[in-house]
Design a protein around this ligand. Structure first.
Ligand SMILES: Cc1ncc(COP(=O)(O)O)c(C=O)c1O
Length: 359
């Protein structure tokens, strides 16, 4: 039995490790809050003997109204990662190139390989941000897609409005730009780019968002894209039919109705994030200003060891060797353990190298 060699050589997607009963799972950038009662009620009321609405019509209408676009300029997928896959597959194939910053979201390389296309990874700047000048310079006649992730998973850094518009001025209109804003709702930096209002300016721009993070529906798998109708049609054409299940559509609709309540939770997470960020800076870490619901500890070659220290303290973090450790902002009760672990890592690294931490 023969498989495509590039698929055989891929490492399957690895999820954050499960946590022991007294540990905190801070490895998947999930939302620590339980679903709202209204979401629970909606879930209890959905039927499962029928197929879902294949077009997610009601949800697309609600999202269209929220963003001031037409329903056909919205596509809903089983997580925004599904729409990323659909659009990469729709735009790029063998011999084509997809540019993205690295490190960024772990799923990008696999999605590009599965499409048969070639990844062009542009290293992040020293301060863990997208190097948009280098990304623009990497465009060739083979480039079909560019992914811009803001805030960037895992480094937490944003792309500013100014940087993004300067970048778009250099990108040919024939190249699809996917602005991945999975963590948009957590951003408090006023200089950050905000995708949806820019859609009318750039016909080759698609904005991706999700209900997984700010809305706390990661387990139901529902995300969406906004962009030109013909591009959304291409995403629809390359989707696995009926993959956005009815409970997910219902829960997303109810979440939009209760947005204020959910965004108040997001605000609380962002406040905690800033407190933890400050505490890490005070410990001596060189942590980029975090704008998502996670923090980036540049532990370099010591990443696997640092992850073990965190685990000993009851914190499951995401080890992304050889660059660093990503820790989600979770339950308030996890902060103490997190900061004890980070203090121990910093102390040991300093003793070992007599160098200031880290980077
Ligand atoms: C940057 C980024 N984009 C997209 C996703 C996918 O989110 P989902 O498929 O749950 O909508 C994630 C999830 O971790 C992410 O970090």
């Amino acid at each position: 039995m023969k498989l495509r060699p590039e698929i055989e050589s891929m490492v399957p997607y690895r999820q954050g490790k499960p946590a022991a009963a007294d540990a905190f799972k801070l490895s998947s950038n999930e939302n620590p809050f339980e679903p709202l009662p209204a979401v629970r009620e909606a879930l209890a009321a959905t039927t499962v003997n029928r197929y879902p609405d294949a077009t997610a019509h009601e949800l697309r209408v609600a999202l269209a109204a929220k963003f001031g676009v037409a329903p056909d300029e919205v596509q809903v997928g089983s997580g925004s990662v599904a729409i990323l896959a659909q659009l990469i597959t729709a735009a790029a194939t063998v011999g084509d190139e997809v540019i993205y910053s690295w490190r960024s979201f772990e799923a990008y390389p696999g999605l590009v390989t599965v499409a048969g296309a070639t990844s062009v990874r542009v290293p992040n700047t020293e301060d863990h941000r997208h190097d948009l000048d280098a990304m623009a310079a990497a465009i060739t006649e083979r480039t079909r897609v560019i992914i811009v992730c803001t805030p960037n998973n895992p480094t937490g850094a944003i792309v500013t409005h100014e940087e993004f518009t300067a970048f778009m001025a250099k990108v040919p209109e024939s190249v699809l730009v996917l602005l991945d804003e999975a963590y948009a709702e957590f951003v408090t930096d006023a200089t950050a780019v905000v995708g949806p209002p820019l859609l009318s300016q750039y016909p080759n721009l698609v904005v991706l968002r999700t209900f997984s993070k700010a809305y706390g529906l990661a387990g139901l798998r529902v995300g969406y894209a906004l962009g030109a109708e013909y591009i959304m049609d291409a995403a629809r054409a390359s989707a696995i039919p009926l993959s956005v299940i009815e409970p997910a559509q219902r829960a997303a609709l109810v979440s939009l109705e209760h947005e204020e309540e959910l965004l108040e939770r997001v605000h609380r997470i962002a406040v905690l994030r800033d407190q933890v960020w400050q505490a890490l800076i005070d410990q001596g870490w060189n942590v980029p200003k975090a704008e998502g619901n996670f923090l980036w500890l540049p532990t370099g070659e010591q990443t696997a060891w640092a992850a073990e220290v965190f685990a000993e303290h009851g914190i499951i973090a995401r080890a992304l060797a050889p660059e660093g450790l990503r820790v989600s902002v979770g339950e308030a009760g996890s902060v103490d353990k997190l900061l004890k672990a980070s203090a121990e890592v910093v102390r040991k690294l300093r003793t070992a190298s007599a160098q200031p931490a880290l980077d």
